[in-house]
Design a protein around this ligand. Structure first.
Ligand code: XUL
Ligand code: CO
Length: 444
């Protein structure tokens, strides 16, 4: 008999509707509810992340772990790993999420040698494969943790020592194998320490070339091994390093173009990483989407008064509505989804807090989806924007965009037509419209 790790939740979390007073029910998320031809489940493709939800300890710079999870109590690291898979799939099933995500070292412990680590990983992957079949839960993406071990102190692919590069390559190879075995839709690269602490000891030009070499090899290995999904780069400006080479969406797009990786890669954009880069989430999503490269999202939020990656659960309805509008406008995420790269607070140490956190995040995005769908259908904001640029759809504007005019011709045009009329950007009016949609109680 499988152990019951979450006895406080008897069965699957149910839909209770917006007026439900039971905190262990959904108010907005109803997996099979149709929104514009697709179900909520298909639109949102939620994934639970293994690292925060099952391996987070609550440790912070001032104190150690406080969570004491029941699946962490076995005598051996492999025993703990086996118990954790059981607990994880019980959680996925009860929550009703279609996907999960992992790093190699979250699911299986590092061994004393590369061979032993690979053996550990494979053993857990086999169990996870069975659990996926049994529950119907699928893998959104896998990745390798090439930033926690002491050998990666100066980076993995960007390390000055090629032996460290080789260790990272070995790990990534096995993590790609694991992702393929589990049918993962994507494979993520987050460059944890792929950057510098100080330029005083760094050959930045070469480090970027090293990183490109690693990504190219990984792409070639994955394709040769039959991986048909998308490789994702996850932008983040800093933390743990001072500067990371995958700083933000625009920097990553430039990097992928420079090193000829655009065809196989897209971006996995994270909310808290956007704000660390002093951008809004919307800005980062739109930059990726405009380039046809918004592949997946790590959903969470930062704390605007705190300058680090707090990875809180997404709760800001306005921000999530803007994110959903961008996703709807690009007609969905092909291989990606919405991964909860978020952790409960240190003081929320009960296992039931994990349910409250995910229910809140799922409800926020489900509600955001309904609002965004209505806004899109009504042409709210978009009609205004379209009208604002109408001058470029004909006449001189059209000539500018199609390269059919020149500076002297434009000088002649400006001279003939005189001073332009002043036209308001109507920001406050549009903010009021956005507020009306976000706070409307009629959109159910
Ligand atoms: C770290 C972060 C990672 C990646 C996966 O800030 O976001 O958890 O999502 O390596
Ligand atoms: Co992330």
């Amino acid at each position: 008999m499988a152990r019951n790790y979450f006895p406080e939740v008897k069965g699957k979390i149910k839909y209770g509707g917006p007026d439900s007073k039971d905190p262990l029910t959904f108010k907005w998320y109803r997996a099979k509810r149709k929104v514009g031809g697709k179900t909520m489940e298909e639109h949102l493709k939620f994934a639970v992340c293994y690292w925060h939800t099952f391996k987070g300890t609550g440790a912070d710079p001032f104190g150690g772990g406080v969570y004491e999870r029941p699946w962490d109590q076995a005598d051996t690291p492999m025993g703990v790993a086996e118990d954790t898979v059981q607990a994880a799939f019980e959680f996925f099933k009860k929550l009703g999420v279609p996907y999960w995500c992992f790093h190699d070292r979250d699911i299986a412990p590092e061994g004393d040698s590369i061979r032993e680590s690979a053996k550990n990983l494979d053993a857990i992957v086999q169990i996870a494969k069975k659990k996926q079949k049994e529950t119907g839960v699928k893998l959104l993406w896998g990745t390798a943790n090439v930033f926690s071990h002491a050998r990666y102190v100066h980076g993995a692919g960007t390390n000055p020592d090629p032996l460290v590069f080789a260790h990272a390559a070995a790990q990534i190879r096995r993590a790609i194998d694991a992702t393929i075995t589990l049918g993962g839709r994507g494979y993520v690269f987050w460059g944890g320490r792929e950057g510098y602490v100080s330029l005083i000891n760094t050959n930045m030009k070469q480090e970027r070339e090293q990183l490109a070499a690693l990504l190219t090899m990984a792409r070639d290995y994955g394709r040769k091994s039959g991986f048909k999904g998308t490789f994702f780069i996850e932008p983040k400006p800093k933390e743990p390093s001072t500067h990371q080479y995958d700083f933000d969406s625009a920097t990553c797009l430039g990097f992928l173009t420079e090193f000829d990786l655009l065809d196989d890669f897209a971006l996995n954009v994270e909310a808290n990483h956007a704000t660390l880069a002093t951008h809004t989430f919307e800005h980062e999503l739109l930059t990726a989407s405009n380039a046809g490269k918004l592949g997946s999202l790590d959903i969470n939020r930062g704390d605007m008064t705190v300058g680090w990656d707090t990875d809180q659960f997404a709760m800001d309805l306005k921000e999530c509505t803007q994110a959903m509008l961008i996703i709807l406008n690009q007609r969905g995420l092909r291989h990606g989804g919405l991964n909860f790269d978020a952790k409960v607070r240190r003081s929320s140490f009960d296992t039931v807090d994990l349910f409250h956190a995910h229910i809140g995040g799922m409800d926020t995005f489900a509600r955001a989806l309904l609002i965004a769908d209505r806004m899109k259908r009504d042409g709210a904001l978009s009609d205004f924007i379209k009208d604002r640029y109408k001058g470029y759809r004909s006449g001189i504007g059209r000539k500018i965009l199609s390269g059919k005019t020149s500076l002297p011709a434009l000088e002649a045009y400006a001279t003939k037509n005189g001073e332009p009329e002043k036209i308001s950007g109507r920001q406050e009016m549009l903010e009021n419209i956005l507020n009306d949609y976000v706070h409307s109680t009629k959109i159910v």
